[in-house]
Design a protein around this ligand. Structure first.
Ligand SMILES: O=C(O)CCC(=O)C(=O)O
Ligand SMILES: [Fe+2]
Length: 301
């Protein structure tokens, strides 16, 4: 049982999305928030991420599945991804649990409760030709087939003003409403293991199938604001052409109703998610995506 009270101040309530914003999110698949974090909170995220990169941990994941994104200094100057940052860094975890973030997500998703699903600390080095900096077109639900929810969403939280020059997150406008072609279950493979060209082509085919134009919108995100996207919104990002690193967290969120489901590919193999290695089991023996250690509740209406 969690004892946190989920209350907003009057000032925070003014930062929630309006009815029009919620309707815009449903149509477009993304929402650029108001300033949800103070400068102090964002500066703490940055400083804590530096301590994390230097080896500091509040607690450590009990194992390292091969599918875990986990940059370490010996991996060198590539794009860094570290999953479960809300678990391993207490300081970062405390800020990511800010009820206001959950309240905004709840409005967008039309949910009463929001839990963290995953969080990834991301660092794009300022290296023009670094191929690992490119994030190919994908939508997050492809990796979450073992989740029942169709409402999950992500908050992309940069630690500074973030625009096109830095390779900010870029949305394919309205793609959340598209039908997907075929049942090609290779899409459950993470983008890090697939080619850029292959995924660009897949995006084109899906757009054509929907008679839709591909409108790419780079999100210009001021410090303290965040960009939300629905789990079926195609997105990606380009090179960091700035002279400083692009630092951010992708905070993946689930609504209170989300549960594990057994999802099989056409070859009979079962789709796994890293949680399945970590979280407690439900009474029926399935991974519990409400385990408060890994998937804390950050908002309950
Ligand atoms: O780092 C990026 O630009 C994209 C991150 C991403 O794929 C996400 O937030 O879901
Ligand atoms: Fe993504």
């Amino acid at each position: 049982m969690q004892t946190t009270e989920f209350v907003l101040t009057d000032g925070e309530r003014a930062l929630l999305p309006s009815d029009e914003d919620v309707a815009g999110y449903a149509r477009h698949g993304w929402y650029l928030s108001k300033k949800l974090l103070t400068d102090d909170e964002v500066d703490t995220l940055l400083a804590a991420s530096e301590r994390f990169y230097a080896g500091q941990r509040g607690r450590r994941l009990p194992k390292r599945p091969s599918t875990l994104a986990y940059w370490e200094p010996e991996n060198g100057p590539v794009q860094r991804h570290n999953d479960y940052i809300h678990y391993e860094s207490d300081e970062i975890g405390a800020i990511l649990r800010k009820p206001l973030i959950g309240a905004v997500a709840a409005r967008l998703a039309g949910a009463r409760e929001i839990r963290i699903f995953q969080s990834t600390l991301i660092y794009k080095p300022p290296r023009l030709d670094e191929p690992t900096n490119l994030v190919p077109w994908h939508f997050d639900k492809h990796y979450w087939q073992s989740s029942t929810s169709q409402k999950m969403l992500t908050a992309f939280i940069p630690f500074h003003d973030c625009g096109e020059e830095m390779g900010t997150i870029t949305m394919v406008d309205g793609s959340n409403t598209w039908q997907e072609i075929g049942g090609d279950d290779s899409t459950t493979r993470h983008f890090a293991h697939r080619g850029w060209a292959e995924l660009e082509e897949l995006l084109k085919q899906n757009a054509a199938f929907n008679n839709a134009e591909i409108v790419k919108l780079p999100m210009t995100i001021p410090k303290g604001h965040m960009s939300f996207h629905h789990c079926r919104t195609y997105h990606g990002s380009g090179a960091n052409r700035a002279d400083r690193p692009r630092r951010a967290i992708s905070l993946h969120l689930q609504d209170g109703d989300n549960r594990y489901r057994r999802f099989t590919r056409s070859d009979g193999s079962v789709v796994a998610y890293n949680h399945d290695h970590f979280v407690r089991r439900t009474a029926t023996g399935e991974p519990d995506y409400a385990d408060p250690e890994f998937c804390p509740t950050i908002w309950h209406a």
